[in-house]
Design a protein around this ligand. Sequence first.
Ligand code: PLP
Length: 382
Amino acid sequence: MFTNIDITPLSNAETPFYYYDLSLLQETLKKCANAANLYNFHVHYAMKANFNQRVLEKIQAIGFGADCVSGGEVSKALEVGFDKGKIVFAGVGKSDKEINGALDNDIFCFNVESVQELEVINELAGLKGKRARVAIRINPNVDAYTHHNITTGLDENKFGVNSWDLPACAETLKNSANLEFIGIHFHIGSQITNLDVYKNLCVRVNEFAVWFEERGFTVKVLNVGGGLGIDYHNPDHQIPDFEAYFKIFNDFLEKRPNQEVHFELGRALVGQCSSLISKVLYVKNGKKKNFIILDAGMTELMRPALYQAYHKIQNISKLTDLNEVKYDVVGPICESTDCFGKEVELPETFRGDLIALRSTGAYGEVMASHYNLRDEIRAVYS
Ligand SMILES: *Cc1c(COP(=O)(O)O)cnc(C)c1O
């Protein structure tokens, strides 16, 4: 077999749908948990990557915390049973309503992205007679060497507090009776495959930790975010090298005794456990181009249209890996960007064949939309 997808249970399901390999997810979670436990590192799952109920239940069961970026995600994390002491709330634009909801639920920590946000959380916590735990999200100006649309840790990005604003942050923290500073937070981008990037991040984290210590703060938590990438070209049974990843932080962070190191992994945990399965509606053979028109489009999988993301495309109705015809593989949506791949080499393909778009576990189902009044996206589990 050229793919690990068994099509037998899939052939009767209505397409398109996300197909989840829950045993691969389980194996991935276990490997990550074991590698993190070696160093006593804490993992919070970045829920925005995938909030499918079955996926969340597995992640909760392994004991990870939840990294949320909206009030809706905080509520969902609580509903699924994540320990509120392991829920963090990040995001550059938290509304008052969202902050109040998180305060009412006594979540572990707000990752705060500006001086003004510190002031707002201090005020809202005060009105409730509470103290909010906060970490400062710092923009470390470290290049993640990934696609520019998913880079978040450079001076020109909207995320985090820039180094020149840190003195104002420290001042505000000292004057805010309803805030408890617990540490510093970083997240420099997504789909990072060059692990050296994380060495550079560690150097910056050490510098900022010392900066806060010199001003009398205790830095209890170093939260280094997520961003670990996956191999989109080799989707079969690929589990990211969590050992090598965590080892870098163990080797390069100057961790104080009793200091905790927190991670926020999304894509690396869920990316490979799902494929989008779609049926060929039409094949158009042109003079210059052949087109495969699928019943799934950018409404089901947005990443290619949004940031030219690559997903491996396979015709799983064929038992051959002999790819002899080139096709542009497109969706049915009335947008020219609704294209999953150009000049994709596939076996000769016919109406009714099943096509798998691989590695769609992260930022796939969660980004599905109702544009064109499309059906609710379906899921099938192994
Ligand atoms: C999106 C996000 C993550 C997870 O990123 P991945 O690339 O999926 O690991 C972690 N932390 C924050 C603050 C995020 O916004």
